[in-house]
Design a protein around this ligand. Structure first.
Ligand code: DI6
Ligand code: FE
Length: 402
């Protein structure tokens, strides 16, 4: 009982390369890929359905590995302030920034958060995203972090997209703990994280390591508890300054270190040695009008795998298009379109610790793929906006078509 998807070309992205198949076919068995190759080499199988993909180009389903897609309100007014010269750090210091989203998120019902996140996720789904990570971190008390994580779980149940949930309680110091950041870290370690983990709400743990957030020493305590619970870790590191968070992440065998604009060469070596994925977030770089570029050449030189992601969040990257992120990775960070595609497929899956399940077109992986109405895979990074995708297949089922 196999489904044959044929009359297409395909880029498998195995080992992070296109590996173009010029007359491709895929055999799927339920939710799983059974075989991919040139049509001429199709194995004998009991094919019950044949689907003609009209000559389109098939890629793995896209993976957005770093988002804050659940939040209340938005920060368009801050955007206006910033355009008048007020900096992100100044806004944060005056009680805006993350704190203002925390107020709006605490005030919002689960239902409202669900509805608003669904709309944002629809935009990603329509451009071929089949796997998505979402972080908490705008609740910043036990009950509100639980609310966010429950919404994340519910999105995963309701929408035809795989969702990974990350606890980012160490995102900012909540107002109740102002001036007592160590006490907030204590609370995360002693109660919040273990409790939410035991409720089945957490797949991974993240923190914001930055001068306006948490020090490496504080992050290390959170990582220790995560490790004791058996949870993988990842880190917002070197976004606005060099704190050596990336080397801490490497030491804890983190799945990824993310942002990395200020990353230095010795820390790149540490990441390379531990296999830590570098997640680059050009949307935040662009939206904050940063000028310090992540060290893409050195990451390449050391063989550190590079993922890219939307960082969808209301403050620094109100980004609803992963394809626009691919374009920015090329235009702003000088990545190649092949690296950009690998960055939203194989390496994004690796950054979530689910490379065995998705990220490439290979037997045994989930049957998540997109048939695009394009000639060359570089077009995914080339076109600015628009919906190019025609068929989106999630776990063997067509879930979007235009
Ligand atoms: N880095 C970011 O870019 C976002 N969080 C983080 O740790 C910003 C979140 C926000 O401003 O709401
Ligand atoms: Fe982020």
């Amino acid at each position: 009982m196999y489904t044959l998807w044929h009359h297409c070309r395909a880029v498998t992205m195995s080992s992070g390369k296109y590996n173009l198949l010029s007359n491709a076919a895929l055999l799927t068995h339920g939710a799983v890929i059974f075989w991919v190759g040139e049509y001429d080499e199709l194995p004998d199988a009991l094919i019950t359905h044949r689907i003609d993909l009209g000559g389109r180009l098939v890629t793995p389903g896209l993976v957005d590995c770093h988002t804050h897609a659940v939040f209340g309100g938005n920060r368009a007014a801050e955007f206006e302030q910033r355009l008048q010269g007020v900096s992100y750090a100044e806004i944060a210091a005056a009680g805006g920034g993350i704190a203002s989203t925390v107020r709006d998120t605490r005030a919002a019902s689960e239902q409202l958060l669900l509805k608003q996140a669904t709309q944002r996720i629809q935009a990603l789904r329509q451009e071929g995203v089949t796997t998505l990570e979402i972080k908490s971190g705008y609740g910043l008390d036990l009950e509100s972090e639980r609310k966010m994580l429950r919404v994340i779980r519910q999105l995963g149940r309701e929408l035809p997209i795989a969702i990974r949930s990350t606890c980012l309680a160490a995102h900012a110091v909540p107002s109740e703990y102002q001036g007592r950041s160590d006490d907030w870290i204590d609370h995360i370690c002693n109660q919040l994280l273990p409790e939410l983990y035991h409720e089945g709400l957490v797949d991974a743990v993240d923190a914001f390591c930055e001068h306006l957030a948490f020090s490496p020493t504080q992050v290390e305590r959170v990582f220790q508890v995560a490790t004791e619970l058996g949870l993988p870790v990842k880190l917002h590191a070197e976004q606005l300054s060099l704190q050596h968070g990336a080397v801490l992440a490497a030491r804890f065998h983190a799945l990824s270190a993310d942002h990395l604009e200020y990353l230095c060469e010795p820390d790149i070596a540490a990441m390379a040695q531990q296999g830590t994925v570098a997640v680059l977030l050009p949307g935040a770089y662009y939206f904050l009008r940063e000028t310090q570029q992540p060290p893409v050449d050195l990451l390449r030189q050391y063989g550190v795998p590079m993922a890219i992601s939307s960082d969808m969040n209301p403050g620094t990257s109100p980004m609803l298009s992963l394809r626009l992120v691919m374009n920015m990775a090329c235009t702003l960070f000088r990545m190649t379109p092949e690296e950009a595609l690998a960055g939203v497929t194989l390496y994004a899956a690796r950054a979530l610790g689910i490379e065995d399940r998705c990220g490439t077109l290979e037997p045994g992986k989930e049957a998540n793929f997109v048939a695009w109405d394009i000639e060359h895979p570089a077009e995914l990074s080339y076109w600015l906006g628009g919906t190019l995708s025609k068929h989106v297949i999630f776990q063997g089922e067509e879930v979007y078509y235009d």
